[in-house]
Each structure stands twice: as C-alpha cells, then as structure tokens.
Design a binder for this molecule. Structure first.
Ligand SMILES: Cc1cc2nc3c(=O)[nH]c(=O)nc-3n(C[C@H](O)[C@H](O)[C@H](O)COP(=O)(O)OP(=O)(O)OC[C@H]3O[C@@H](n4cnc5c(N)ncnc54)[C@H](O)[C@@H]3O)c2cc1C
Length: 388
C-alpha cells in the first residue's frame, strides 16, 4: 500500500468512527447557502477533529500539522466529501491565514495564532473587499495609523464571509498616507470583539446571511500584528489569494460528483432523463467533471514544485463555470417543481439553493474575468491591461 493509500485508509477509519453518536446528525449539514446550519455543533465536530489531529494536516509538523503531502491532502478532502461530513467552519484560518503566517509571519505571530487556528478555538475572516475594491484590490481605502500603542484601523469592508462568527480578521489597509495602488498597503491582524468594529449582515439571494459589511472605526490592534513589513502588504495579500485559489480546492470535485450523481438519480426518477437535451447536458456535466479532476491533478503536479502557479486560474474558471451550469441544469431537471418553495419564501430545497448560491461561484476568490486577465498576462504573455 502506498503511503497516500495508508493515510487515506487511516482517515477513512477515523471518520467512520468519528461521525457517529452526537455527530452522526451532522452529515451533509452546512455548506454554501447553509452556513448557518448547526454552526455550534459543527464547531464542536471540528474541535473533535482537531483533538484527533485531523485539522491543518498540510501544515508542517513543527506548527502542529501533519506535514501531509499534496496527494495526502487531496485524499483527505476526497474522504471527507465521500463521508458526507459537515461543511468546515475553520477553513479560512486553516487554508488562507495559516499558510500565510507560516510563509511570512514572525515566530511570535506563529506561536500566538497557529495553535488557535489548529484547535479551532479562534475563527478568522478575510477583510479584503471594499466598496470599489473587490477585483481591484489595490484600490483599498481602509487606513491604519501607527501610534505609541499599536495600530488604529478605520474604513469599511464588504462581503466578509463568517465575520459574525469570527474572533479575528486579517485585512489589507493603507498605512502609507498618500500612496497609491499596490504601494503603502499593510496586512494586519485585527480582533473583532472590540467597540471599534461593527458587523452588519447582508441578506443573500438564498435568504441567509453568510457574509457581512464590517465597519472599523479607530479599531485597535497590537503593534506586532502586522504580517510582513509595514507597506509590503500587497505581496502577502497576493500569497493568501494563491492559497485560496490553489490547493484548498483540490478535493472539491468529490463533492461535485455527489451532487451530479444525485441529480442524475433525480432525472431518472422524474423522467427528465428521457429528454434528449437534458441527457446531453448531464453527459456533458459528467465529462466536465473529469476535466476538473484532470485539471486538479495537473495543478497538483505543478504545485509539487512550490506554490500552485497560474494553472490555479484555469482551474478556478473551469470549476466555477461548471458548477454554475450544474445549478441551471438542476433547475431544468426539476422542471416546474424548481419554481416552488416548500413553505416560507426562503424554505428552499437543495437544488434551488444550489442554483442560487452557485451564481456566486464565478465571483468569489477572483471573478472569471479577472482569472482570464491573469491567464492572458501571466500564461499567454499578452500585453498588460491598460489602466487609467
Ligand atoms: C459568496 C461570496 C463570499 C465572499 N467572501 C469574501 C470574504 O470573505 N472576504 C472578502 O474580502 N471578500 C469576499 N467576497 C468578495 C469577492 O472577493 C468580490 O466580490 C470579488 O473580488 C469581486 O469584487 P466586486 O464584488 O467588488 O466586483 P467588481 O470588482 O466591482 O467587479 C464587477 C464585475 O466587473 C468585472 N471586472 C472588474 N475589473 C475588471 C477588469 N480589470 N477586467 C475585466 N473585468 C473586470 C468583474 O469580473 C465583475 O464581473 C465574497 C464574495 C462572494 C460572492
């Protein structure tokens, strides 16, 4: 048995015994459009995983991880999805901030923050987007000023996922007054539980509120809570985006496969599979899923040499578009039933939720248009986009 297969089998065995008793009811809970579901119970589940050493497995052992290889990390995500385990709650800290601190943080920052992420005692949110600074992140206006006691942060962030559940936020703020674009930005770690931070939920198409507006009004953070050099935040922020688009998405095709299999079963049951156009789209969806898998493997190959390269953008466009189209196909398979909610206006079925939430897939973690720009400039070597 290869070491990856051994790892896979160890995790599968643990999941089988772990997802029982009080945790059995958590199978399939949470996820996009349903982040509010059983949040406290999912947090307890994730702390249970942490106690058994199954969080942050890709981190080096010296920082509390298992030093799992990329193949082992893929196996982990695949087994997790196959077991229908609940959606993760600590993923922003584990997959975005953790690797960033390991690469750019000081020893003091790693000692202070990595254990809380690993044990899932502290949840993190990502304060990048602002009104007028989403795709154009270099337009960030939130500012932070250094004084005798630390940093004072003032500004507004938007679309901040899980800010209402998080104890900390990593954010990009302008610390060089009078600077423009990528210069003069800093990457700061800011506590959420303080008078200068206000979190206002945004209601989504699905009727739920998974993300928020966050207002900082002279919010405080310690002098040591800047990652990288002050003014060098752009480089650190871009590294975090690389982690977001890269390895953390490698196992997702298993979850997609489950969705497609369930949709095919529904099409068989309700007769939609008899429609030649639906059959064709289901077959195309299956082919697309294979392409997602091969793209993931190709990315894995590239990533073995270091951080995932621009292939991550190809992968992001492909899976996001595929999943959005799956949502549309699901509505057509449901037929007229797709238009009816069970009870209250937002009492949505799984397919309706998939359709509505998957509209966001081509936006977050970098929109399709932005990924195309990256491919054009960094892969094809085309001239850079003209900017004012
Ligand atoms: C579900 C969800 C969760 C999110 N969670 C977070 C979070 O936790 N933290 C966080 O910071 N942000 C989060 N976001 C925000 C997300 O990162 C931004 O929505 C995204 O970066 C796009 O920015 P924008 O919404 O400001 O749109 P804009 O930047 O205003 O873009 C609008 C449209 O114009 C296109 N466009 C813009 N510039 C160009 C260009 N140069 N060339 C071609 N086309 C262009 C875009 O592709 C898009 O289609 C989340 C978003 C969603 C949908």
């Amino acid at each position: 048995m290869s070491s990856t297969e051994k790892f896979r089998s160890e995790f599968r065995t643990w999941l089988r015994s772990g997802l029982t008793g009080e945790f059995a009811a958590l199978k399939g809970r949470g996820g996009p459009g349903r982040e509010h579901e059983a949040f406290a119970e999912r947090l307890a589940w994730e702390r249970h995983m942490a106690a058994a050493g199954w969080t942050c497995i890709g981190w080096p052992q010296e920082y509390g991880g298992r030093g799992a290889t990329l193949e082992e990390q893929v196996a982990f995500h695949e087994e997790y999805a196959l077991a229908d385990a609940p959606a993760r709650v600590g993923h922003i800290g584990e997959q975005l901030l953790g690797p960033t601190l390991i690469a750019f943080g000081t020893d003091g920052q790693r000692d202070r923050f990595l254990p809380g992420i690993r044990s899932v005692e502290e949840l993190w949110c990502q304060g990048y987007s602002e009104p007028d600074a989403g795709s154009d992140l270099a337009n960030v206006r939130t500012r932070a000023e250094r004084d005798a006691d630390g940093w004072s942060v003032t500004g507004q962030k938007i679309w901040t996922s899980l800010a209402h559940e998080s104890q900390w936020c990593f954010l990009v703020a302008r610390t060089g007054p009078g600077t423009h674009r990528h210069e003069g930005l800093s990457y700061l770690l800011v506590p959420m539980d303080q008078p200068g931070v206000e979190v206002r939920p945004i209601t989504q198409l699905t009727g739920t509120s998974e993300f928020n507006e966050v207002f900082f009004d002279a919010a405080r953070t310690g002098a040591d809570n800047v990652v990288g050099e002050p003014g060098d935040g752009w480089r650190v922020a871009m590294a975090t985006l690389g982690f977001e688009r890269g390895v953390s998405t490698l196992g997702q095709q298993v979850g997609f496969r489950r969705e497609l299999e369930e949709l095919i079963a529904l099409a068989r049951r309700n007769g939609a599979a008899g429609d030649p156009l639906i059959r064709d789209r289901l077959a195309r969806a299956w082919t697309g899923l294979e392409i997602i898998r091969f793209n993931a493997l190709r990315m894995l190959d590239g990533a073995a040499a270091g951080a995932p390269g621009p292939e991550a953008s190809i992968s992001k466009i492909y899976w996001a578009t595929w999943h959005r189209e799956l949502g549309e196909l699901a509505m057509d398979v449901c037929g007229a039933d797709g238009m009816l909610a069970d009870g209250a206006p937002y009492d949505l079925g799984d397919w309706q939720r998939l359709f509505l939430f998957s509209r966001a897939d081509t936006i977050y973690a970098g929109s399709n248009e932005i990924q195309r720009n990256i491919i054009a400039e960094r892969v094809l070597g085309l001239p850079k986009e003209a900017r004012a």
